[in-house]
Write a protein that binds this ligand. Structure first.
Ligand code: UD1
Ligand code: MG
Length: 462
């Protein structure tokens, strides 16, 4: 058996993520289901990456390509993949990485792709414990009020580790044990792969269980230790949608609590706010009930986000007011702007300082410069609107001719009359006006009033 004491030996991380996750009753591989807006696998890879390992090897199978993409997004060049074409159990999963690790004098930290809430600090403690004990195998365990579904840690009379028994293979007496296997282990590479050869699929599922390795190592004289961790929530495994929803709730509540305690953000009703773990919110911002903030959104200080708003991958400056039921996706709103109620900003809509969009206004791929107002019932697509310009109720940029999208430019200090149709490509010169109901089909010179269908210059207004 290896007897390495230095913690400076290389560390390789193996993440088992090949299974479909039958109990999820889903077409998607379990590790692709999202928690706090991130796939489960990404959470695990993130925790592993922070350990600064030599490599992270992800065992893939079901929907391998998508699982690979999710892992790569998180950890880039550190990650490599091994295909486990047929999922014959967790022992077989690790077996697939044999040629990469068998002869390395390294530590192998085995993680499960479906145990997403594990913290790096806890993994570090497991490794420390493993090194201190000169162990060949160390198992991370916790005690659960309700251990149903997990493998149980069976100890002998002297409380030393004996074996792990899966729920379905356990006797009635063994099922009373509340100490469970987290599915997270630290191994000496050589000991692991030596023992793995002896694993047989003699269990209720006819699978190769990684858990049997611990017993095999112990039987051949190796040291197996159990590191009993005190925070059970960290090692919850996601096996069903009900569990996923429960964990979502935990992650969400933790993120909101952190924003309140550390970030100085007010939540009117923290139990009805949906904030991604990646979002940032500045101090003294107020989040009303039923607000959803997704992805890597950044909200500045002193903002007010009213009920029913959804903000996805967007940036808001300071003192922005988002009124009820507005949807803001992939957009940018500078300080002191006001949005909504019932507004829709998308595809890189940009509002510069102090711009306002009101009820039933949609802004797509457009820039509203400083102080622009579009208060009612308007569509602005592929448009640039100059400083201080006022867009009257019912204005529409007719940007699509059925084949191509065209641009509309409205310069500064323009007054666009109610119900104006701006037939793109078109430009309205600075300080001009359009009469109510104008259909603007050609460029409007500066300082002019146009009106009619199609709109003609009526007079110079300056
Ligand atoms: C496993 C443990 C159990 C532990 C629990 C903790 C075994 C036999 N049992 O059970 O003791 O309490 O985790 O959550 O290991 N996977 C593969 N290839 C396979 C099979 C599984 O990559 O052939 C992956 C899955 O995608 C998943 C992980 O391994 O990410 C765990 O598999 P799962 O089937 O969920 O094991 P559990 O029944 O939860
Ligand atoms: Mg599981």
């Amino acid at each position: 058996m290896s007897n390495n004491t230095t913690s400076s030996r290389p560390l390789n991380v193996l993440v088992m993520a090949a299974g479909l996750g039958t109990r999820m009753k889903s077409k998607r591989a379990k590790v692709l289901h999202e928690l706090g807006g991130l796939p489960l696998i990404a959470h695990v890879v993130r925790a592993a990456q922070a350990l600064d390992p030599r490599s992270i090897i992800v065992i893939v199978g079901h929907q391998a390509e998508e699982v690979e993409r999710a892992a790569l997004t998180e950890a880039g060049e550190l990650v490599s993949f091994v295909m486990q074409a047929k999922q014959r159990g967790t022992g077989d999963a690790v077996e697939s990485a044999r040629s990469m690790l068998e002869h390395s004098d390294s530590l192998v930290l085995v993680l499960s792709g479906d145990v997403p809430m594990i913290r790096t600090e806890t993994l570090r403690k497991l490794i420390e414990h493993h090194n201190d004990a000169h162990a060949a195998c160390s198992i991370l365990s916790v005690r659960l009020e309700n251990p149903t579904g997990y493998g149980r840690i069976i100890r002998d009379e002297s409380r030393a580790f004996q074996k792990i028994v899966e729920q379905r293979d356990a006797t009635e007496e063994q099922r009373q044990v509340r100490e469970i296997n987290s599915g997270i282990y630290c191994f000496e590479a050589r000991d692991l792969f030596r023992a793995l050869r002896k694993v047989e699929p003699r269990n209720d599922q006819g699978e190769y269980y990684l858990t049997d390795v611990a017993e095999i190592i112990r039987a051949s004289g190796g040291t197996v230790t159990v590191y009993l961790h005190n925070d059970a929530r960290e090692v919850y495994g996601v096996n069903t949608r009900a569990e996923l929803a429960e964990f979502e709730n935990l992650v969400r509540r933790a993120a909101i609590r952190k924003l309140m305690i550390d970030g100085g953000v007010t939540f009117i009703d923290p139990s009805h706010a949906y904030i991604s773990a990646e979002a940032e919110i500045g101090r003294d911002s107020i989040i009303h009930p039923n607000v959803t903030i997704e992805g890597k959104s950044v909200i500045g200080e002193g903002c007010v986000i009213r009920s029913g708003a959804r903000i996805t991958n967007s940036r808001l400056g300071d003192e922005v007011v988002v009124k009820d039921h507005s949807v803001i996706v992939d957009s940018q709103i500078e300080s002191k702007c006001s949005v909504g109620p019932f507004a829709h900003l998308r595809m890189n809509a940009v509002m510069e300082e102090k711009a306002t969009v009101g009820n039933f206004v949609e802004v797509k791929k457009s820039r509203l410069k400083r102080g622009v107002k579009a208060m009612h019932l308007t569509y602005l697509g592929d448009a640039t609107i100059g400083e201080r310009t006022n867009i009257g109720a019912g204005t529409v940029t007719c940007n699509y001719d059925g084949v191509n999208k065209h641009e509309t430019i409205v310069e500064e200090d323009v007054k666009v009359g109610s119900d104006t149709m701006l037939v793109a490509p078109v430009r309205v010169g600075a300080r001009s006006m359009t009469g109510a109901g104008s259909v603007v089909t050609k460029d409007v010179p500066p300082d002019s009033l146009v009106a009619g269908v199609p709109a003609e210059v009526k007079k110079k207004i300056r």
